[in-house]
Ligand binder design. Structure first.
Ligand code: ATP
Length: 187
């Protein structure tokens, strides 16, 4: 089987994530995509949203999409999480499958600074998902994906909520309801 791996802070998960990953899943014939929430950096501009709330929202957003699952490996670990450790863990989970790590161009540009990046390339394939503003060559073994893109970001969602402007259309309905019920991102 072909397994996609999609990491992010998902604070919150939005339709831009779902649309691009679903389009890549179709284009590359992935059987499954595993969403891997990262530990929120304490240096981000907003207070980190609790792991439970971010994972509750991911569960709601991926529910009903065949082959979409979540793994909380990085949230459950102590200390810094390297993609290399996550890749080794996933390879043990899926020993007979081909792994495809889905990354944005920001991550592609910094890849040579990643821990054990040479070994990482031997463990997984890498698909680089292009955004509208991206204009760069993608070199092998990285695979370029020109999937459908909706330019929503978590930052935009959080800003809209703070400013009291509409944001429902950026989210899965159940995620929208969850954010309202729990008064997330308002302060
Ligand atoms: P923030 O605005 O807080 O930086 P984000 O919307 O970029 O968040 P992340 O959780 O950091 O969300 O994203 C995880 C991955 O999803 C990253 O590789 C990012 O490039 C990609 N991504 C985010 N939004 C989109 C989108 N609208 N289309 C395609 N890929 C996206």
């Amino acid at each position: 089987m072909k397994i996609g791996i999609f990491g992010g802070t998902f604070d919150p998960i939005h339709i831009g994530h779902i649309i691009s990953v679903l389009e890549v899943k179709i284009a590359f014939g992935l059987d499954e995509v595993v969403f891997i929430p990262a530990r929120q950096s304490p240096h981000k501009e907003t207070m980190p949203t609790a792991n439970k709330e971010r994972t509750d929202m991911i569960k709601r957003a991926i529910s009903g999409y065949e082959g979409f699952t979540m793994d909380t490996f990085e949230l459950n670990r102590e200390g810094k999480s390297f993609t290399y450790d996550t890749a080794k863990y996933l390879k043990a989970q899926y020993p007979d499958d081909e792994l495809y790590f889905l990354m944005g161009t920001d991550q592609y540009e910094n890849f040579d600074k990643w821990h054990n990046h040479d070994e990482l390339i031997d463990i997984m394939n890498f698909i680089v998902m292009m955004r509208h503003s991206d204009d760069m060559e993608i070199s092998a073994p990285f695979i370029r994906a020109d999937q459908l893109v909706v330019e929503v970001s978590s930052t935009l969602v959080r800003t809209r909520i703070k400013e009291g402007l509409p944001y429902k259309h950026f989210l899965n309905e159940a995620v929208y309801e969850y954010i309202k019920e729990n008064a997330l991102y308002e302060a």
